[in-house]
Every structure is written in structure tokens, then in C-alpha cells.
Design a protein around this ligand. Sequence first.
Ligand SMILES: C[S@@+](CC[C@H](N)C(=O)[O-])C[C@H]1O[C@@H](n2cnc3c(N)ncnc32)[C@H](O)[C@@H]1O
Length: 254
Amino acid sequence: MIKIDLERNLVDIDTPDGVASYPIGSPEAFKWISQAWLRSGWDTKYVYSFTWMGRPVIQLPEDMLRIQELVYRLKPDILIETGIAHGGGLVFHASLFKAMGKGRVIGVDIDIRPHNRQAIEAHELADHITMIEGSSIDAAIVAKVRQHIQPSERGLVILDSCHSRAHVLAELRAYAEFVAVDSYMVACDGIMQEIVGAPRTRPEWVTDNPQSAVKDFLAERDDFALDEPVFPFNEGQITERVTYWPGAFLKRVK
Ligand SMILES: C[S@@+](CC[C@H](N)C(=O)[O-])C[C@H]1O[C@@H](n2cnc3c(N)ncnc32)[C@H](O)[C@@H]1O
């Protein structure tokens, strides 16, 4: 059990050895409260409440800020995002590329709803966005992605489509070729394994999840490594992300 006591300014946690109390201003308390906040946000569908430049974006705002830090540091030529939904992610990245004066986005989705396609195609940033419809692990779809990329272009990949272990592993294998050395593949929504038992979850998510896929992938490759991004600015005490994407950042190391 977690008890947040704002009169004593303490967070109490039940442990096998009794109650552990942490000052509210400690990183430990922040971690416990964040865990509770993430779970409450899952149950209330908090991430389904944001837009970026008019398009719904189904992400936790901190995850967007952190990926922005990476995109700005790496300044890739191309960003591939599997899982388009309403297109908020595509528009978000396109807006960064427009501001940086370089880069474009390729989105892949098995089902691009006509109203979403229409809205994305009519968006101010549409000239930075290419959409491809089909399963992200279909070889013909991966070949279409390849047609839009020059071999010399440096890519960054965000995997946010189907989050089953098998699908994410197949995506990691298929999209690795587009990732430049020192760039990343990001396997989103590893939080699945941590919120089993919550509404809209399944018991098998304990193992059937993106974090398991990342482990499987790393067991067969030595050119990628898990690489937790370090905050480029930090004058506070918190050094860990509050995230839906734990264990997500795979860096191409060679
Ligand atoms: C979580 S949403 C993506 C959210 C989006 N990235 C954003 O930032 O708002 C997941 C999307 O993945 C798509 N999807 C599911 N299975 C897929 C597959 N096999 N291949 C490609 N896309 C898939 C769904 O149609 C859905 O639009």
C-alpha cells in the first residue's frame, strides 16, 4: 500500500519489513507517487486527452518531451513511426523538423481512417509527412518505406503500433536497417507489463509486451544496446523518466 500524507509530508509504503516512510521531497517518494499517478492515468485514459497542432496524440506529455530532446540532439534525416492513429505523433515530429529546417516523417498504420488521412493531408505540415497503409511487419510495406529513404539518410524509428511481443520483435528486426549508428529505435508502451490487473489489460501482458520483445531482440543482436537517455538539462533531483516507455530506447552501437 502507498499512503500520501500531506500533513506529515511523508509517503508511507508497506514493505515486508514494515512501513517505509519517505519525505515527500525525496526522489523515492516521487517515484512511488509517479507509479500511482501512471496507474491512475491508465485507468482514466489520461493519455487520450492531448493534441499537437490540432491532431490528437496518444502519448504521455513527458514521453513527447523526452523524444523531442533526442530528436533535437540527433537531428535525423528521417523519422519512421509505426502506428499513426490520429496523426498527432506524425505532426509533432514534423513540427520539430520544420523548426529545425531538416528532416521528414514516414508513418505506417494498418488502418488509416479516411477522416484521419484527410486531416493529416490537409495539415500545415503535410509536406513533411508520408503515410503508408498496411501492416508494419509486412515485407511489402517495409519495402515501401525503403523506397522513401536514401541509403545515406540517417534514421530514427518509433514503434507504436501493435504492442504484442511477437509484433514488436518483428518490427525491431524489420526496421533496424533504417537506424543510423548512434541513432535509436524506440519500442513504446513497455508500461504494459507493469499495469497488468488494471482495466483494459490482459494477464498475458506480463510477458507479452514490448519490453520482452526488446530483450529478445538484444539476445540476437550485438549492434544495438539499451540506452536510457540522460536528461540534457537537470537542475532537480529526478533522474528517471516518468513514462509509458520503460526500457524502450535501443541505440545502434555499430
Ligand atoms: C497507440 S496508436 C498510435 C498512436 C500514435 N503513435 C500517436 O502518437 O498518437 C496504435 C496504432 O497502431 C495501429 N496498428 C495496429 N496494428 C498495426 C500493425 N500490425 N501495423 C501497423 N499499424 C498497426 C493501429 O491502427 C493504431 O492506429
